[in-house]
Design a protein around this ligand. Structure first.
Ligand code: ATP
Ligand code: MG
Length: 574
């Protein structure tokens, strides 16, 4: 491709709303342009990268035995009503009406459509298993679209769905997809980890997220320093053993003290000259299971995902000020477990506190010397807190948890019969009995994967594409196109490289060298060939890898061969 002909508008500066490096560089490199919040045009350079990711995904999915299909983006509401999700999916589901006032939505995911498709055709266990996937545009009306392609409203996803006659077979396919995802992200040149993820109401141990390690990631991952335990912090478990050990202090009588305006753990512990570990935090939650109180030690935080799971709740929110007042007779900040009318769920950490400080359920007052069992009753103890760095690993004996940031690029999930039961998708087993299909689903964010690659591969000047995702393999720069010898040599190399099957971008613009080199750095093509009249007189051109400092001179006759070698070596090291 000739730069002079290509629609490749590079920019010196990034737009002010671009917070993360991948978003800034994608805009500056002329890969994407915003149309509306979370909705983008992919320009030619951007689309080339998207296609590279898609092709890797497609090749590996096919190799794993999955078959590509294509489902509509506009989905009739009836299907979503059948699964029960029409009412619970919330505002992320963009609902629309056609000219006959019939309800539709823009597909944010396709369990309903595929279950409907398969239930109409599959009759017997003999036709199972099958794994069908598509690479397609999704729409989710995200509350906070941001970071460019990383969290868009419209985005491209590979979504696969498998159907099975037995649990064992579904689990085998889960492993097959897990291994396939590892190959895909390895081929993309990403540093990633597969972590245990929250399974929501379905439960079970078959859900992993594939996380690209990056400081800008929106997710936190807990990972053991010794064994291979790794989990999304939403799910990461705390080690329970040893927590039952109480302090040796003698229990003292309950006392109420005045704490005017002291609401936070910090304020209260400073005011009372104690430590956060002596405080019990009381949080009031509203949920579909009613109003409940959750307790955690002052130095920890409640993990709402764990609390939700404990309550078996569909939804859960911190209660508003009005509810807090109604339940505690006090403004928020002074809630405590003593005399509370709601059910109380306590984290195991509470078992370690003796003579605790809590809110008094009265404005500007706290209680001291509060002791569980003696002064209040806990409905149930459980693992309800967020893990913190340094926590003991829940799986091995002496490992400690470390916390990393990550970008979720893929998710594999065993669904079981959630959709097949709701939508009556069944098959006849070997004994001729009708059974619901057992399902799995497997997603990869295509644009997010490209963005995650930039988060891991860039420097202060621009992108450093790994060969596998690079929009072109070679960036050819004739320094001065007005010089006939330079241009002729460049044209010659250009043709030779194309004939050798390489993707080449030739910067044939009549621009200053500085501008061309800057653009080359921003765009980040792995191999740069520079043709200047000085080196040309010695029949040589300059070869520089984008991820290395030093350049070398290559004989004109050897260019195609050297480029092929570099491309292969680059592949090995990236
Ligand atoms: P998140 O927690 O980041 O919102 P999710 O759990 O909702 O993601 P899934 O429903 O599992 O995501 O979707 C599968 C994949 O699609 C994700 O792993 C991610 O790579 C991608 N994805 C999801 N939402 C978006 C989005 N808003 N923009 C870009 N990619 C997305
Ligand atoms: Mg989401």
């Amino acid at each position: 491709m000739r730069f002079s002909k290509m629609f490749l508008p590079t920019l010196k500066d990034a737009p002010s709303d671009a917070e993360v490096i991948s978003h800034r560089l994608m805009v500056r490199a002329g890969m994407i342009r915003k149309v509306a919040s979370g909705i983008y045009n992919y320009l030619p350079l951007g689309l080339r990268v998207i296609r590279k990711v898609e092709n890797i995904v497609r090749e590996e999915m096919n190799r794993a035995g999955a078959q590509e299909v294509s489902m509509p983006m506009v989905i009739p509401s009836e299907l979503w009503q059948e699964s029960g999700r029409w009412d619970v999916y919330g505002k992320e589901l963009l609902r629309i009406k056609d000219r006959h006032q019939r309800g539709f939505c823009l597909g944010p995911t396709h369990e309903e459509v595929i279950t409907d498709m398969v239930r109409r055709e599959i009759r017997s266990y003999r036709e199972l298993p099958i794994n069908l996937y598509q690479i397609q545009t999704k729409f989710r009306d995200e509350i906070r679209p941001r970071f460019g392609l990383m969290r868009g409203r419209e985005f491209i996803m590979k979504d696969a769905y498998s159907f099975h006659a037995t649990e064992e077979d579904a689990e085998k396919e889960y492993q097959n997809m897990y291994d396939t995802y590892c190959r895909i992200f390895e081929r993309c040149g990403l540093k990633f980890r597969a972590v245990e993820a929250e399974t929501g109401p379905i439960g079970g141990r078959f859900s992993h997220e594939f996380m690209v390690l990056a400081a800008t990631g929106e997710d936190s991952i807990a990972s053991c320093s010794k064994c291979n335990y790794a989990a999304n912090v939403e799910r990461a478990e705390t080690k329970i053993e040893g927590l039952g050990v109480k302090g040796q202090e003698e229990k003292r009588p309950l006392e109420k003290i005045s704490t005017p305006g002291m609401k936070t753990v910090d304020e209260v512990s400073k005011f009372l000259k104690t430590i956060p570990q002596k405080l019990i935090k009381t949080l009031i939650y509203n949920s579909d299971k009613g109003v409940v109180a959750a307790l955690v030690r002052g130095d920890y935080e409640i993990n709402e995902t764990k609390l939700k799971r404990t309550l078996d709740a569909e939804w859960l929110n911190l209660a508003d000020e009005e509810t807090v007042r109604k339940i505690t007779n006090a403004p928020s900040g002074f809630a405590g477990p003593v005399g509370l009318p709601t059910k109380i769920f306590a984290d195991y950490s509470i078992q370690t506190v003796v003579n605790a400080v809590t809110g008094a359920n009265e404005a500007d007052a706290h209680l001291v010397n509060v002791n569980p069992d003696l002064n209040f009753t806990v409905s149930s103890f459980g693992d309800l807190r967020m893990v913190v760095a340094g926590d003991l690993c829940p799986r091995c004996t002496d490992g400690k948890l470390e916390i990393f940031r990550g970008i979720e690029v893929g998710h594999v999930f065993k669904l079981g019969t959630k959709y097949s039961e709701a939508m009556n998708a069944s098959f006849l087993n070997e004994k001729g009995e009708e059974k619901p299909l057992i399902m799995g689903c497997y997603g990869i964010g295509i644009g997010r994967t490209a963005a995650a690659s930039i988060e891991q591969n860039h420097d202060e000047h621009g992108i450093l594409w790994p060969m596998a995702l690079a929009p072109f393999q070679v960036h050819l720069i004739p320094v001065n196109v007005k010089d006939k010898a330079t241009l002729d040599a460049a044209e010659n190399i250009y043709t030779n490289l194309l004939n050798a099957g390489l993707d080449v971008l030739m910067d044939d613009r009549d621009e200053r060298a500085g501008i061309k080199f800057n653009d080359a750095d921003i765009i980040g093509i792995p191999i740069r060939l520079t043709i200047g009249n000085k080196t040309l007189k010695e029949n040589r051109v300059e070869l520089k890898m984008r991820n290395r400092q030093e350049a070398s001179l290559v004989k004109l006759d050897d260019v195609a061969k050297r480029v092929r070698i570099e491309a292969r070596q680059f592949w090995n090291i990236s």
